[in-house]
Ligand binder design. Structure first.
Ligand code: HMG
Ligand code: MG
Length: 301
């Protein structure tokens, strides 16, 4: 049981957060945001996506962002890659880790990537193989691992073959995503009981959106009961998927850090610095921060 292992947080705000904003932020603001996040103690930042700019215009400047950020030593700057053209773009700007993404529900995957689950896995085969030749670590997302906005509850038995297929392709890490933030601790336990039968605990991460306010509870259950030590989170609770109606922000990084530190976990991130990084976005992101700690530290905000 690795309950006492240090926590690894993957900051997804610059990608998951900004992909869902109505406003397309200027590249220099994104760069400043990533640079500020680089000073918070995080070990990995998902910076952008090399997806179709028609599908996600908010992140069409992925190359420029990667070229302009100041990369802190030891910090991993990763990106989403849906296919081989995306990988070529990512390699051209020195991305250090890539994430491929599919789902446990066919309807969501089709709307998000214009492919069936099987087709998306076939797309990933050459992507993962080529990433390996470049010594790039690969993460595999399984979206809608608990609920689908179109198909409702997704049973763990439907997550299993997708997660297993990603592991078989050679991904180094699996991120199980509660895309619409609806999972309860009971759902989480059921999924982890199934997935941990074939996936090593240290290859699992949880990607929790917080629509119903249960993401912190789920993260604490995953850590305390199952020893999961890798979590995705988003500064200020930004986030959502343009192709998942009803998805609200990710679990706020600063709230996750607070909850885990207060529970005795080793987390190297300074939550007040994460809150400070979100201030860079204040005049561009219209909705108020979802973060509890943000309100505590900036009561007038
Ligand atoms: P498609 O239209 O089926 O692709 O989209 P295609 O291969 O037929 O190509 C169509 C056009 O797109 C072509 O251009 C390609 O060159 C171009 P045209 O000839 O028409 O001028 N194209 C690209 N351009 C740049 N970079 C690329 C690329 N690929 C094709 N990589 C595709 C298929 C997968 C590309 C599209 O559906 C797509 O980009 N989807 C991404 C959607 C997305 O980013 N969703 C949000 C991220 S996932 C998420 O948020 C969930 C997550 O947070 C976990 C959770 O919470 O669940 C990870
Ligand atoms: Mg997400």
């Amino acid at each position: 049981m690795s309950v006492r292992s240090p926590i690894r947080i993957v900051e997804v705000g610059p990608r998951d957060g900004l992909q869902n904003e109505r406003t397309i932020l200027p590249t220099e603001v994104k760069v400043a945001f990533v640079n500020a996040l680089s000073k918070t103690g995080l070990s990995e930042i998902e910076v952008s996506s090399f997806v179709s700019p028609t599908w996600v215009p908010q992140l069409a400047d992925a190359e420029d962002v990667f070229k302009r950020i100041e990369r802190a030593p030891g910090l991993i700057y990763s990106a989403l890659v849906p296919n081989e053209p995306g990988l070529e773009r990512a390699l051209a700007v020195g991305v250090a880790k890539i994430a491929v993404f599919t789902a446990a529900s066919e309807t969501f995957n089709k709307k998000n990537t214009n492919a069936t689950i099987a087709e998306s896995l076939e797309r990933f085969r050459p992507v993962v193989a080529r990433a390996k030749t470049q010594s790039l670590p690969v993460r595999g997302y399984v979206s809608t691992a608990f609920y689908c906005p179109y198909e409702g509850k997704i049973q763990p038995e439907r997550v299993k073959p997708v997660a297993q297929a990603l592991l078989d392709l050679g991904v180094d890490e699996l991120s199980l995503a509660d895309t619409i933030g609806k999972a309860t601790p009971r759902d989480l336990r059921a999924l982890l009981e199934t997935v941990l039968l074939f996936a090593p605990q240290d290859k699992l991460a949880l990607h929790l959106h917080d629509t119903y306010g249960l993401a912190i509870a789920n993260a604490l259950v995953a850590w305390e009961e199952y020893g999961i030590c890798a979590f995705d989170a988003s500064a200020g609770g930004l986030g959502g998927c343009p192709y998942a109606s009803g998805a609200s922000g990710n679990l706020a990084t600063e709230d996750l850090v607070y909850a885990l530190q207060a529970s005795g976990a080793q987390v190297a991130v300074k939550p007040e610095n994460v809150v400070a990084a979100t201030k860079i976005l204040a005049s561009y992101v219209k909705r108020s921060s979802e973060s509890r700690l943000g309100r505590v530290l900036q009561p007038s905000a």
